[in-house]
Structure formats: C-alpha cells, structure tokens
Design a protein around this ligand. Structure first.
Ligand code: GCW
Length: 713
C-alpha cells in the first residue's frame, strides 16, 4: 500500500511545486536515457525490516527507488544484470555472511557497496557491520542513482574518518534561533513530547543521508530549564525519532544549573555537592535518554557562567561534567570560544592563551571544540592556532553553517571551499603535512575520539535553510565531517545533481557559481584579511565605523585600525605577536609582510596605503579593485542563473533569482560604504574606472536595522 501510494505521488511529481522541502532527497523520476541503464534494478529487494534502523533503511530504499525509477521495487518481470538489491549485515541477511571478511576495518558505521553475484544471480549489495552502516550505504547507493551513475563493476568501501559528526542548534526554548535566518526553531517544545512533527523524521533522514550522527538541540547561550525533567522528556521524544537514523541527542547545559534548578549555593566544579548534583543529573538523563550523546558547553564566554567564576580552570569544569557522563559513555564538547571579562591585548590570542597550557589536563571523554579561526566565523580567517598546539587533547572542529557573517540567507555563498581551505591548511605541528584535517580526524596525534560540529542553518522555513543554496552548506558540512579530506567541488557537484538536475548544462554552471562564491563574499565584505566589520549586534551589512560601547574588541575600529598611514591589525612581532602562537614555519610566513599570503595580509599586518601589491597596484587601489571584483562576481552569478531559466523548476528558479538581486544590491552597498569610509583615512583617489560611492560615509552610517534577524538576546 505504501509503495503504491508513493508511486502515484511519483507520477504526479512533475506538476508539484518545488518548494525545497525535499532537500537533496527529491527522488524525482530519472530522465529516460538514464533510466535505461537501471532497467532491471530493484527487481528484487532484500532488506530486512526487523529493527528501527532496518525499517528506516527499507523505507528509504523503497521511497528512493519508487521515486527515481517510477515503478514499484520488487516487481520487475525479470531479475537480470544488477537487478537484485541486497542490503544488510551478515547478521540480518544470511547471504551476506560470505562478505564478513570484507567488512573488516569498516567499523560500526562503514559499509561497502558492490556489484556482485549472490546465489548465482547478479546483485547490488550494500553490506555493513551494523544496521546504521547499512543505512548510510543505502543513502550512498541512492545518491549514485540520483546522479545516474552506472552500477556495473561497483566496488566501494566507505567509513567515516571522524567519530562525532554533530549539528549545534543555537535554538532557544522559546523557539528563537540565535543567528538563525530560516525562521523559528524546528523544535516545537511546547507540543513535545506528544506531537512528533513529521519534520523531525525528515530532519533525521537528511542528516543520516550525509552521515551526521548527533545533534545538540539547544543554544550554547543556554537556559538551565533544558535540564529539567519536563524538557528531558521532550528531548527524549526527539531522541526516539532520531534513534533509527543513528543520531544521538546532546544538550547544552548551563554551568550554573546546580544553583538555578538544583538549589545549591554554588556551581564550583570542585565542590563535592556540585559534583554529586551533576552525577545525579547525568544518571537521570540516561534513564530518560539511554543513548544520550553528551554536553556541549560554552563557559566563561560572552557572559556565560563557568569554572572561572570560582577561580577554576576550563579543565576543572570540563572534567567535572566528564566524570558525571563517563559511566554512561557520554562525552563533553567544551568550547574554546572564550574571551575574558578583562580586555585582552588581542582577542585573537585568547583561546590559545587560556587552553594551550591545559593540554593533557582534560579527561578522556572531553573534546575541546575550536572554531575554525581565532576571532569568530569571519568570511575568511586563517586556521585557529590551537590546531596543532594541543597534541594530547582531541580538538573538535566547529564550523558555522548558518551565515551570520556571510550575508544571512539571501547571499549565495557556498561554504565548501572555506571549510576545505581550513582543513587543508598546514599547521606544521609535526613537520610539513600536519594539516588541520589530520588533527581533526585524529590521525596526526593518534586520537580515537574525534569530532566536527556545525552550527546549524535550519529553521521552520519550508526549504529548511532560508534559501535553496544554503541547503548546500548543511550538505557539505555533513560530507566533510564524514571525510575532512573530501573535495568541496565534488560535493557541490553531488549536491547540484541531487538538488536541481542531472543535466550537465545545469550542474556545471551551478557548480562553477558555487565554487567562486566564497571568494566573492570575502572580496565585497572583507578583502585581504580585513575582518569583523559588520553592523553592530546583528552583523547585517557594513559597519566599519562601529566604535565605542562596552568592549573595544566588539568594535570594527579595533580590528581594521585604519589611519592616515595605512590599515590592518599588526599581529606580527612588532604588534600583538599573535603569529607566535603558530608553529615556527607558519609564524614566520604569516609574520612577514613579504611572505604572508595576500588573503591574510591585513589580518596580520598594518600596511601602508601605498604598499606595492603583487598586482603592481598600491594597497589602496587593490582594496578598491577587490571590492568591485566581488560585486562583479555576483553580477556574473545573476547572468548564469538567468541562463538556467527553463532548465530549473520555476519556483526555485524564481526565488534564487530574487535573492541574487538582493545579494547584488547588498554587495554594492558593502563596496560603496567600505570605500567611502576607508577613503576618509587613505585620502587617495579611486583608481581609474572605479565609480565613486553614490553617498558620503555619513549616509551609510545613518542606516539602522533594529529588527535585523538572528541577533543574540
Ligand atoms: O559568533 C558569535 C555570535 C554569538 C554566538 C557566539 C558563540 C552563540 O555572534 O551569537 O553565541 O559567537 O559562538 O558562542
């Protein structure tokens, strides 16, 4: 019955509006020439459905095959070629026991996909050591079909290179999403635990399809309420939906919860009563959610309570929670995004200063979660100096998927190249080739507990992420968490094929647009290492003039340091010497104005306006040219996209077109406002052919956006 229903939907699909809800799991009927090669596929389907994950796997397989092939699986007249699909583990499907040896080394989550012969018949086999591995393999097989890949001779082995692959939701219990641009939180806390919105299942499917195996439900700027019995029941209900998809639920606990909901006078991590409270709380959590993942903690940062309130270290705080979770197999993800209440000499140095000395002091089930760069998710940052500086501690990568500093949901910015750039950066921690990816995957320092976190861009918007192209950022995060060595371009191509079309006339221009889009946003917002120049608080639009207020390091002028002489933050030995936090070869490279990569020039140096750039232009001229180059790229994307009209469904085509229009307007605004402002320091004319900003700097300063979305509150 289910299959028949799906089939009739399948038949009606071309007429259905494409609103983006299906993400990359659209399973629309394949075009006829592609279909031909799958003529016999799925004639027989062997996929047991005894356990939750097995049912999830079988349902997905049936849904995918029915949608893509336009016919009911298991019903082909002849079972020839690779007609049979066999999915499972040696335990669940006896025919697969012959593969036992081949499954060695694939671990609990890996799988193999193979065209082979089983019982004398041609078959496509997805085999794994566990049900979840089989689920992942099934999604991979469906991805191949969605792309129209031939199955003949297939022999694939896959296993995740990172253990904890987790989304961080910055979702408050009132459904407000901090830095969220896709509507309110998908967690309808009030209706939980009874009402299980079908969206929760689709969320789990989407995550499992890219290998995400954990989710932290609530914001790191957290409320102690999340740990009360009432909310634990709600979290448990979500966990029950996610469990068949291999996704564990974690929570962000408030460090002061023992005071706020425990009635204790202190939250001092060395106080025995406090330690007891956390142990009891952990026991209670595991009684409610037996496969609970663990805690994600923001402590002593931006006003959050933490161990330093009691004169204790981050390690003291983390280890107390780790001790409470350890008997249950839980982990602590302790964030390194910290900066003290006292004004630091250079905010970029703080995480290193506070954490590096504690290397070796953290309990075995603690990961220190480090943002990709030392400031804060800027359009481009050099890799965080903590990577490579804490060899005894597993360091987890934290990427931001939501585009807080990169144009919110309207700008088309594919983050794959940015993630890739950071992961491939060479820390030189153990000589050349010590890439960030090798630290994250544990191979450099021999850690088995490894992780990658992504700050989610998901909300109740019909298309989940606020824009169609932002779905690609969720997608690439998952794929890179699975394999931090993967290529952003390959992943973009997979995504575009599944999301829009298998037609190369669509896929190739879309991939090309995506691949240059990160450099473009860097150019029109923060070229050559400039950073933290966005509007105050909400971070919408240009605000290079932002100054004053409670902390210097929350202003723009603190970061760009423009004056009559030049622009940029001197982090070399003559300045804050933040470069010294990197391994010597990197410190040397970044530390000299002659060898620093152009893209980080103003991150590490205060550079005279007339400094000669490799292009032959002065720094000032180069800056102006870069801003314009970014705007031009957006114009180019608009042209490319316009050329795809008729090749992409009208609904999504239209929204992307409109958003690209917004992006062009805002890129131009960034360029004009930045040039108008910095020209008040450089006092130099614009290079020939560059249009002057249409307004003076006072105009740009006067623009206010009190209701811009996503601000912290
Ligand atoms: O990027 C900044 C954001 C805050 C966020 C903080 C953090 C959750 O502006 O909104 O708070 O980082 O990462 O803790």
């Amino acid at each position: 019955m289910l299959v028949l229903l799906l089939l009739s939907w399948g038949a009606a699909l071309p007429a259905m509006a494409e609103d983006g809800y299906d993400l990359w799991l659209r399973y629309r009927p394949l075009p006829a020439p592609v279909l031909k090669q799958y003529r016999d596929l799925g004639g027989q389907v062997v996929a047991p459905a005894q356990t939750g994950p097995q049912r999830a796997t079988r349902d997905e397989l049936v849904r995918g095959l029915a949608g893509l092939l336009g016919r009911e699986p298991g019903q082909a007249a002849r079972v020839q070629r690779n007609g049979a699909i066999v999915v499972g583990t040696p335990a669940s499907v006896p025919q697969l026991s012959a593969l036992q040896g081949d499954l060695e080394g694939l671990g609990e989550e890996g799988y193999l996909i193979r065209s082979t012969r089983l019982d004398g018949r041609a078959a496509t086999v997805v085999a794994a050591n566990s049900d979840i591995g089989a689920l992942y393999g099934t999604f991979h097989l469906l991805r191949l079909l969605q792309a129209g890949e031939p199955l003949a001779g297939l022999d694939l082995r896959e296993a995740p290179k990172v253990k904890v692959r987790v989304l961080n939701h910055w979702d408050n219990l009132d459904r407000y999403v901090e830095r969220g641009y896709a509507g309110e939180s998908i967690w309808d806390w009030h209706k939980l635990p009874d009402w299980l919105d079908p969206r929760y299942t689709d969320y789990a499917r989407a995550n499992a399809s890219i290998g995400i195996n954990g989710t932290v439900l609530n914001n790191v700027n957290t409320s102690a309420q999340a740990l009360t019995p009432m909310y634990l029941e709600k979290a448990a209900a979500l966990a029950s939906v996610f469990r068949p998809y291999g996704i564990k639920v974690s929570l962000s606990p408030r460090f002061s919860a023992p005071i706020e909901i425990g009635g204790l006078p202190t939250a001092d991590p060395l106080d025995p009563a406090v330690r007891r409270w956390w142990k009891d709380k952990a026991d209670e959590i595991y009684r409610t959610i037996p496969d609970f993942g663990g805690f994600l903690v923001k402590a002593n940062s931006e006003g959050q309570p933490g161990p330093q309130d009691y004169g204790r270290s981050h390690a003291d705080g983390a280890n107390m929670l780790a001790e409470a979770l350890a008997p249950h197999g839980g982990i602590v993800m302790w964030r390194a995004f910290v900066y003290s209440h006292e004004e630091p000499d250079d905010r970029a140095k703080q995480a290193y200063t506070e954490f590096a000395p504690h290397d070796g002091a953290f309990a075995d089930n603690v990961l220190v979660q480090v943002k990709n760069g030392a400031i804060d998710f800027q359009p481009r940052e050099p890799f965080h100096p903590l990577f490579g500086a804490m060899p005894k501690t597993p360091l987890m990568m934290e990427f931001q998927i939501t585009k807080e500093y990169l144009g919110f949901a309207t700008h088309l910015v594919y983050l794959g190249p940015m993630y890739e750039e950071v992961l491939r950066a060479d820390t030189h921690a153990r000589g050349p080739g010590s890439t960030v990816a090798k630290i994250v995957d544990g191979s450099l320092e021999g850690h088995a507990l490894t992780g990658m976190a992504g700050v989610a861009n998901i909300g109740v918007d019909r298309n989940w992420s606020g824009s169609h192209f932002d779905q690609a950022n969720w997608y690439v995060f998952g794929r890179m968490a699975w394999d931090p060595h993967a290529s952003a371009e390959t992943i973009a191509r997979d995504w575009a094929r599944m999301t829009f079309s298998t037609d190369p006339a669509v896929v190739e221009p879309v991939v090309a647009m995506m691949m240059g889009s990160h450099q473009a946003v860097v150019d029109y917002m923060t070229p050559m290492g400039l950073h933290h120049l966005m509007g105050r608080g909400h971070h919408y639009g240009p605000g290079p003039w932002v100054e004053g207020g409670p902390r210097a390091d929350w202003t723009s002028v603190y970061y760009h340091r423009a004056d009559a002489r030049g622009i940029g933050f001197d982090r070399s030995a003559t300045g804050s010497n933040a470069v010294a936090q990197y391994a010597p070869p990197v410190a040397e490279q970044f530390g000299s104005i002659d060898t620093v990569p152009e893209e980080f020039l103003l991150w590490f140096h205060h550079v005279p306006w007339d400094h000669r750039m490799p292009s032959g232009r002065s720094l000032w001229d180069e800056l102006v040219v870069r801003y314009g180059r970014g705007v031009d790229y957006v114009r180019g994307m608009r042209r490319t996209w316009a050329g795809l009209e008729g090749k992409v469904d009208p609904e999504r085509h239209h929204q992307v077109s409109v958003f690209l229009g917004v992006q062009e307007k805002e890129a131009q605004w960034w360029r004009d406002a930045s040039i108008a402002y910095f020209q008040t320091f450089s006092q130099r004319p614009l290079p020939a052919g560059e249009a002057p900003p249409p307004h003076d700097v006072e105009y740009y300063k006067s623009l206010q956006f009190p209701f811009a979305p996503g601000d912290g509150k």
